[in-house]
Write a protein that binds this ligand. Structure first.
Ligand code: GTP
Ligand code: GTP
Ligand code: MG
Ligand code: MG
Lengths: 291, 279
């Protein structure tokens, strides 16, 4: 782990007065390497290391804290701060129906999250409508319908119609039936696919969702920044959900995404079951990234 | 790439940045750069363009594999066991491969051994229709190994050349699911010789360093991964972790996925891959 590696680096400098640029160089190299191996983006890492250096150089090592511990403390605190300090909640509109739109790359976990949220809010006594707005992927509608049945939450579908029409149809049904929460499941798409990205902004313009959640796979590498930046620029994403955190990926994409978009991380997927959903905890994520 | 003109540390830093941002990873990048430095010193290379050419050559040699990805066993059926973590593109790749093999005149069958994920069987049946190949399925919840057994037996009986077995996505950290894969392979080996069974790992091209542990653990679970299929290289991700994988383990890359249509699958070509990495 990073702390062990840093301890080894700092053994050489026991009993030091102040941290200088020279004597922390080795430690900063270790930290940089740990972040890059955790898939934190190259540039985000560079900026992070510069911040740590600026704070560490000249810091007095007080009697009770070894230099290695001081650096770890600075790194940990800075990371938690960058990840957002505290848990961010999903926002629901005062006047129903509130709308959540789910988007992201192919295979990231959108349809599964749609059903997980359906269950979460059903348990909070909300009347929920899930919307199958992915007319492209084979059996995508059937997948959401199957999941909806498992949790006894209604799924609105219009087969292979265009997504804006489907979402519009869902809103008018929701108004008639006093639905509290509508969740749009959309098709996976590449952030460079202009036509499909425009489709999402068309849905946004028509429906004005209260939340636009970007689902990102925790295993994503350096490309996370390109994806998040494009989705955010196009849609003004309100929150990010990191899926598949039940694996052993360190999840550096979280730091990258938050670093380049400022969007709050709100939830994490921790499994395939529809109850496998947790709030995002910045401190736990920081420890996971640092290994 | 708009790189530095001189052969100096600046150029090497830029190369490191490209490799790291391409998901090659720290240790594989450092190895590549160390070898490059030796080459530059040994051959006294002064021209930056030439350094890049050497670099590309070095990487191509790492990821090279001279076998034909579509090679089947003399006596059929050859069985491709398609596995991987969740959402990498396994079912879609099975659909694309079915068309690829049937277009090349091979009698092809697909088996729906993902009996767990919602609508997984329906999804594969649509792909089987699109590619016009035989399709074996069972009710949701059926033991995947028994579906595989039935499929291989049918494939043998019908003189099938290639059977593509779709399996459920599973994280390599879930040991009971990894054991299930081993069981599927063992059951198949009761019907066809083990050398006919080709486990293929589907990796998502946007995955970072985690792909290394995926390859290691899936390879252990089925006692030898025959090849990789790397999907979603039609985005901006470079999939450079395959270079780190090639450095550490000798698992060749067979095919790459370049989109969601049935023809968006190509045999892996190292040269064009390396060119794309440095674009
Ligand atoms: N282990 C694990 N698997 C997950 C998680 N979330 C989703 N999955 C799985 O990931 C795969 C893809 O999930 P989907 O919900 O179909 O993903 P999607 O984003 O809707 O995919 P497309 O619609 O094809 O773009 C499925 O096998 C899910 O069961 C999670 O938190 N952990
Ligand atoms: N852009 C792009 N999308 C792809 C590619 N291959 C697959 N996909 C998409 O990725 C998503 C997931 O594909 P699936 O084939 O369902 O993945 P899977 O591995 O079978 O998923 P699970 O069975 O849930 O683990 C779908 O939306 C596919 O259309 C590719 O090469 N490029
Ligand atoms: Mg989906
Ligand atoms: Mg599948």
């Amino acid at each position: 782990s990073l702390t062990e590696k840093l301890e080894a680096t700092f053994k050489k400098l026991r009993g030091l007065g102040t941290l200088t640029e020279d004597n922390i160089k080795e430690a900063l190299k270790e930290i940089r390497r740990a972040l890059l191996e955790a898939d934190v983006n190259y540039k985000v890492t560079k900026d992070f290391i510069q911040d740590v250096q600026a704070e560490a150089v000249g810091a007095e090592t007080i009697r009770s804290v070894e230099p290695g511990q001081l650096i770890v403390k600075i790194v940990h605190e800075k990371m938690i701060k960058l990840l957002g300090e505290k848990t961010a909640e999903i926002q629901i509109s005062e006047r129903p129906p509130s709308i959540i739109m789910i988007c992201g790359l192919q295979g990231s976990g959108k349809t599964t999250l749609t059903a997980k949220l359906g269950l979460l809010y059903k348990k909070k006594k909300q009347k929920v409508l899930l919307v199958a707005a992915d007319p492209y992927r084979p059996a995508a509608v059937k997948q959401l319908q199957t999941l909806g049945k498992q949790i006894d939450v209604e799924v609105f579908e219009m087969g292979q119609s265009d997504p804006v029409t489907i979402c519009k149809g869902a809103i008018s049904k929701a108004r008639k039936e006093f639905v509290d929460l509508i969740i749009f499941d959309t098709a996976g798409r590449l952030h460079i696919d202009e036509e499909l990205m425009n489709e999402l902004s068309d849905i946004k313009k028509m429906a004005n969702p209260r939340e636009i959640l970007l689902v990102a796979d925790a295993m994503t590498g350096q490309d996370a920044v390109n994806v998040a930046r494009e989705f955010h620029e196009k849609l003004n994403v309100t929150g990010v959900v990191l899926s598949k955190m039940d694996g052993d990926a360190r999840g550096g994409a979280a730091l990258s995404i938050r670093g380049v978009t400022g969007c709050p991380l709100k939830l994490v997927g921790i499994g395939e079951k529809l109850t496998d959903l947790e709030p995002f905890h910045p401190d736990r994520m920081a420890s996971r990234i640092l290994g | 790439v708009g790189m530095a003109a001189k052969v100096d540390d600046n150029l090497l830093d830029e190369i490191e940045e490209i490799l790291i941002q391409g998901d090659v990873g720290v240790s594989a990048s450092m190895k590549i750069i160390e070898n490059l430095k030796k080459k530059v010193a040994h051959d006294n290379i002064k021209d930056a363009e030439q350094v890049i050419t050497e670099l590309k050559t070095e990487i191509s040699l790492i990821i090279q594999s001279d076998r034909d990805p579509g090679q089947l066993n003399e006596v059929g059926p050859t069985v491709w066991l398609i596995m991987g973590v969740n959402g990498t593109g396994k079912t879609t790749s099975v659909g694309k491969l079915a068309k690829y093999f049937s277009d090349s005149g091979k009698k092809t069958m697909v088996a729906a051994c993902d009996t767990f994920r919602a609508a997984a069987v329906e999804q594969l049946s649509i792909w089987a229709e699109r590619s016009g190949v035989e399709f074996i399925k069972a009710k949701d919840g059926t033991d995947p190994a028994s579906v595989a057994f039935d499929a291989v037996s049918a494939a043998k009986a019908r003189g099938i050349d290639i059977l593509l077995v779709d399996t459920a996505g599973r994280l390599h950290t879930k040991s009971h699911l990894m054991e299930e894969l081993g069981k599927i392979k063992r059951v198949i080996s009761k019907v066809v010789p083990v050398e006919n069974i080709k486990p293929k790992l589907v990796l998502d091209g946007t995955t970072g360093q985690n792909a290394l542990s995926q390859v290691k653990i899936f390879t252990d679970a089925v006692e030898g991964c025959d090849g990789l299929i790397v999907t979603k290289l039609d985005g901006t991700a470079k999939g450079g972790v395959v270079i780190a994988i090639a450095e550490e383990m000798s698992v060749p890359i067979d095919f790459i996925g370049l989109g969601e249509q049935i023809d968006d699958l190509k045999p892996f070509d190292p040269q064009s891959y390396v060119d794309a990495l440095f674009e």
